[in-house]
Design a protein around this ligand. Sequence first.
Ligand code: SF4
Length: 476
Amino acid sequence: MKHKVLIMRCDDYDPARIAGIVRKGMEELGVKPHGKTLLKPNCVIAEPLLFPHAATRKELLEGVIMAMKEKGDAIEELAVGERSGISIPNRFCFSRSGYEDVIARHGVKPYHFDETRDVPVRLKGDHRLRDSISVPKPVADCDFFVNLPKLKAHPWTRVTASLKNLIGIQDDRYRLVDHNSLLEHKIADLQEVVTPGLIVVDSIEAGQKMMLTPTPFKIGAIVIGTNSCAVDTVCCHMIHVDPRDVVHLRYASERGFGPMNLDEIDVAGDFPIEEVRTKSEGFELFMEHIEDYFNGKGNITCKVGTFPETHSSDYYWGGCPGALQESIHIFKMYFPDVLQRIQKVRYVVGKVEGPLNLAPDEKVIFAGDCTSWEGEIDGEHVKIESSYKTASQVDLKRMPSTDMIVRILSPLFQCFFNSKRYIHAKGCPLSVAAHVNYMSSLGKIKNVNFDTRTIMPVSIAYLQMRAHRFYNRSFG
Ligand code: SF4
């Protein structure tokens, strides 16, 4: 039997209308939520002024909750869970996205995955990276998982929809493990952890180019299905992407999680895919090599070498290069002229050979564990050595701290006490948040982590998160 995927017209974010569409979709797909039902939106970051388009919209979440309640006489617990990204406490993002109000209004249980207990889930797939993955207990315990991604372009993986939304079922301690050139493998691994009973994709307004700071693109559709590969394949076609170019979709399909060929999918609904494709003409992706993106455009110049994993030795779309792009796009939200405003920085990543030919006032960041270089800077012999570890060498019990405060302060301290004009910023990957801190220190540009509009609510959410996490993980 072919997997069925519905593309439904929906022009606006009206919860009642969305509820009706989802209810009809559930009937057509024969879906019956039951037991512990967990809704997982994409709330990687949410802030109405600065990051208005990154998350699944609250109205879509509310519409799905309403549909679940109408169709869910077998539901024992209806919950919404997520772990937002870049170390920001999930509470902050639930509050700023409006989820908190929706959750309270409908009496639904919130799960902040950065506060819950983690449990290991064993993996058995032939091409798995690891034998087990730690996930929040509510994910491991749920009977019916509802995946609510937002359809967006992604600078590391080309597209993010249903498959990639599972990155958010990991707390920070595990989220960044294999979040490098192995990211696509990891996304495929995560499909083994939980199988969605229902997928509802927010593509009313899709996101172009970036994942944290996308530019909106009105498609006016809701995509509904039950198989992540089938749904993502349809989503790819909707925005003119060849599914074979989305590596995690290819891996997941090859591992047997579903089809990636439109002929093997029953595409239905009231919005024909050809009409959607006409509407999405001009939808912009963002897969730009950092040397092409930065060099000659301003004061950041990149030097990219070779990389350790043979499947992707010439460039890593994920990992540090992508994190640099995301961080600069965050700065752009504050300073559109950031590439001119920032002081000169040379960004070196990978195994680089030969002189850097630095300008007299240019700082250097050697980014990430895999980076190596040897040469002269200011008459001093400098040797940067790689400390890259393969997936099997990474010891999950000895991971560096992922605490938000540590992540903010340690780069700042490293830069403050550094008297040289170069620095080796360690991490694999060096996260987006770390890039923000290093680039602000080296480039002498305001650190957006200290924005007065967000610093207090983020700090309060951080303290609440620490208290709840301590309680849940000690006594929960
Ligand atoms: S340190 Fe190297 S291998 Fe690791 S994420 Fe960065 S670029 Fe990729």
